[in-house]
Design a protein. Structure first.
Length: 473
């Protein structure tokens, strides 16, 4: 990446420096022709080339400055220097055009200037036009490759030179033909050629000036904001695109996007979605992207999701949410996990807040029953004198593997481990079950197996069963 940036800087500086050299050569040639011919067309071209030189110098300086990295005073970088230099070049073009128009009107209507066309002048102008063509193509290639507005402005300068020089050649040629064939009206061709040049310069200047002014006042590039909103709005996890803002500095874009996401999404999920949005926008236009996510309730949100979102907003953890509708009354039950160090008074206060919030979700009469349990934070260690109880574990495994006749869903149980921790016995195991069964059925079966184990071995405090799908070979 760093190598690519260095290559870009080198190529842009090299192109800008060659542009300065070309402008110096063209200005020298055209100044010589002004002295030899007194042609308004050549004079206009000389002034144009003089401004080309000034513009090329400005372009070179702006390219050097715009590629400097962001700093404390310029956190968005220095790209605006390119836009500003292009705007200054536009102003210079318009000033040139106004002067040429003034001089052309003077020569057409108020005083006559004797034009002295020569074959040498025509050849020099043709050579200058060839130089303009070469430099314009080279600069435009670099401008498009790196999206540099300053270099593009310089390329447009040389491009207008091509057409204006062609018009001047035509004007001088017609004056020369008028002198040879004694057609006095053709002496006005040079002034008219100058006016045509001015018209071309004005047209290009206004077009470029509008674009550079848009960049300076942070106008969004046409259609880009709508395209970004459309693409981001179609991404999975994005409920809606609330706002997209785009600004440009030099060849860089800055995008701010505000999107709506499901309010039950975790911070980690929102972060991953933001990264995906930044990457996707970067594929549309190379840019610095900032994504702001707003939590929203998705259309048709399920009651259970609304309850989980409410608990999340209150900073509470819930599970085992169930509901029953009977006779116009809604009964909701759930488990609430609280800090194990809380007193009953403080834990009940959390439960009451949650109950009030759940009732506010529904217009109908709602009865809420919340089971409060400790949120585990303590990492226990087995009792030194007991450790792992292998004999009890083997007995539990044998007992569970005797139950498939009663529970058709059960295939087998394995990896049974029993431990005594802080004077209580904990058992964990893996049970293989039929893989096509719904998870609700699996939950019911595991709950029944837990009850059977604790009934058979009353000394066991807790049983944890991990269900696994049975894969037929």
């Amino acid at each position: 990446m760093v190598h690519r940036q260095n290559l870009e800087v080198r190529e842009k500086k090299h192109a800008a420096l060659l542009s300065v050299g070309s402008a110096v050569l063209l200005l020298s040639l055209k100044t010589y022709l002004v002295v030899r011919t007194d042609s308004l067309g050549v004079l206009s071209e000389t002034l144009h080339s003089g401004l080309d030189l000034l513009a090329a110098i400005i372009t070179y300086l702006s390219v050097r400055m715009s590629d400097d990295p962001a700093d404390e005073r310029h956190p968005y970088g220095h790209g605006k220097f390119e836009n500003f230099s292009a705007f200054v070049e536009t102003a210079l073009l318009i000033v040139t055009a106004v002067f040429i128009i003034y001089e052309g009107v003077q020569r057409l209507f108020f005083h006559h200037v004797l034009i002295k066309p020569t074959l040498t002048a025509l050849l020099i102008l043709f050579a200058a036009m060839c130089i303009d063509v070469t430099r314009a193509k080279s600069l435009m290639r670099i401008a498009r490759k790196y999206k540099s507005e300053a270099i593009e402005a310089d390329a447009l300068h040389f491009s207008t030179d091509v057409w204006s020089t062609a018009v001047v050649i035509l004007g001088i040629g017609l004056v020369w033909a008028g002198n040879v064939w004694h057609l006095p009206r053709l002496m006005y061709a040079d002034a008219i050629a100058g006016l045509v040049v001015a018209g071309v310069v004005l047209w290009v200047g206004v077009k470029l000036g509008k674009r550079t002014l848009d960049a300076l006042v942070d106008a969004a590039p046409e259609g880009l904001r709508q395209e970004i909103a459309r693409v981001v709005g179609g991404m999975e996890g994005v409920l809606d695109v609330d706002r997209v803002r785009v600004r440009r500095a030099g060849n860089r874009h800055f995008v701010d996007a505000t999107v709506s996401v499901a309010r039950t999404a975790s911070l980690e999920q929102v972060h991953e979605l933001s990264d995906a949005i930044e990457k996707r926008i970067g594929e549309i236009v190379p840019s610095d992207v900032m994504v702001h996510a707003e939590p929203r309730a998705p259309q048709g949100e399920h009651l259970f999701e609304a309850i989980r979102a409410l608990a999340q907003r209150l900073g509470l953890a819930v599970h085992d949410v169930t509901a029953l509708q009977q006779g116009g009354q809604l009964f909701i039950e759930l488990h609430l996990e609280v800090d194990e160090n809380l007193s009953l008074r403080d834990a009940h206060r959390h439960a009451t807040k949650l109950e009030e919030g759940i009732r506010a979700l529904r217009d109908a009469a709602t009865d809420v029953n919340i089971h409060i349990e400790p949120l585990g934070t303590h990492i226990a260690t087995p009792d030194a004198e007991a450790g792992e109880m292998k004999l009890l574990g083997a007995k539990v495994e044998n007992f569970l593997n005797s139950l498939p006749e009663e529970y058709d869903e059960l295939v087998n149980c394995h990896d049974v481990r029993a431990r005594q921790v802080e004077h209580r016995i904990f058992v964990s195991c893996h049970c293989t079950m039929k893989s096509a069964l719904p998870i609700t059925k699996i939950h019911d079966v595991t709950a029944a197996l837990v009850d059977r184990v604790k009934e058979k071995f009353p000394q066991i405090h807790r049983v944890t069963i991990h269900p696994e799908p049975f894969e037929e070979r």
